[in-house]
Design a protein around this ligand. Structure first.
Ligand code: ATP
Length: 276
């Protein structure tokens, strides 16, 4: 598949080596009934207050079981895309669709209930609460105790550190471990889409590697992941599809391995070293 400069993400991704699929029983209906693109941002125009537009007709789609990574220079609008997707910032034009439904005018709470989780930049665990209490907080909108118990088992299986440290105060965990607690908490609503804003920020290389492995595991459960990451080269090594943003538009998109191998893109956006 070749790179696209149209702004639309190609619907199929290049084959990638994946870990063994991890499926939870409640996800079977999701996989069979949902449209292929779980998140669609269609010709989005957005900005802050009365200032000039930051996003200028941006189109991005995130299929099921796919990691889409946004890269680009500082100020290109990457975090703004996540804010529009999560409902924190309402666009001035364009449409946001979640699992085929128009949610453009819905706020963050409505989108959360509809299956969109947003893991924010930095650390958002409650340090004085245990890992288990933090994770269970993610299910506060889920009334059925049996469902919560099933999801707890699922995230404990997916993130071993969460299981091992269940009764430990979250504030005592390392940065990388806390990030995995945040991932586990986000999965407690059984999201269709997870937005990840700079998940490796402040982590050492080993913790970063673990966090990216866990993002792949989330993807392998069927979740659509939209990722913003400063560490563009590392993120593209994990992602299925890359989108290069510049001046509020998708400058180029395509299978992440092809973006990594493109000498011009590498020079402009990835620090000049072509992956070898
Ligand atoms: N809350 C805000 N109020 C006003 N302007 C903002 C706000 N947040 C971001 N901007 C502006 O929007 C533009 C895009 O910012 P954004 O944070 O989306 O870019 P980015 O690509 O994520 O950048 P970086 O890689 O530096 O995080 C910038 O010009 C920024 O100054």
């Amino acid at each position: 598949m070749s790179l696209s400069s149209t702004g639309a993400v190609p619907s199929r991704r290049a084959p990638r080596q994946r870990s063994r699929p991890i499926r939870a029983c409640w996800r079977h209906t999701l996989a069979s009934e949902s449209p292929p693109n779980l998140l669609e941002l269609d010709r989005i125009e957005a900005g802050y207050g009365h200032a000039a537009l930051v996003l200028r007709g941006l189109t991005i789609t995130v299929p099921r079981s796919t990691i889409v990574c946004l890269v680009g220079p500082n100020g290109a609008g990457k975090s703004t895309v996540l804010k529009v997707a999560s409902g924190m910032l309402h666009p001035r034009g364009g449409t946001v669709r979640l699992d085929g439904h128009d949610v453009t005018r819905h706020g963050p709470q409505q989108r959360l209930r509809a299956g969109l989780a947003h893991v924010l930049q930095g650390h958002s665990v409650f340090p004085e609460m245990t890992v288990g209490e933090n994770v269970r907080l993610g299910a506060y909108t889920v009334p059925d105790r049996a469902t919560v118990a099933t999801r707890v088992q699922f995230v404990q299986h997916l993130f071993p550190v969460v299981s091992e440290q269940w009764d430990v105060l979250a504030g005592l965990l390392s940065g990388g471990q806390q990030k995995q607690v945040e991932f586990a908490r986000s999965l407690m609503i059984d999201p269709k889409v997870v937005l990840l804003d700079e998940p490796s920020m402040g982590l050492d290389p080993k913790a970063t590697a673990t966090v990216f492995e866990q993002i792949e595991r989330m993807r392998d459960t069927g979740t659509a992941v939209l990722l913003v990451e400063q560490n563009a080269r590392r993120a593209l090594q994990t992602a299925d599809i890359g989108c290069v943003l510049d001046l509020g538009r998708v400058h180029m998109s395509g299978p992440a391995p092809e973006l990594l191998d493109d000498p011009e893109l590498s020079q402009l956006y990835l620090g000049g070293h072509v992956a070898g």
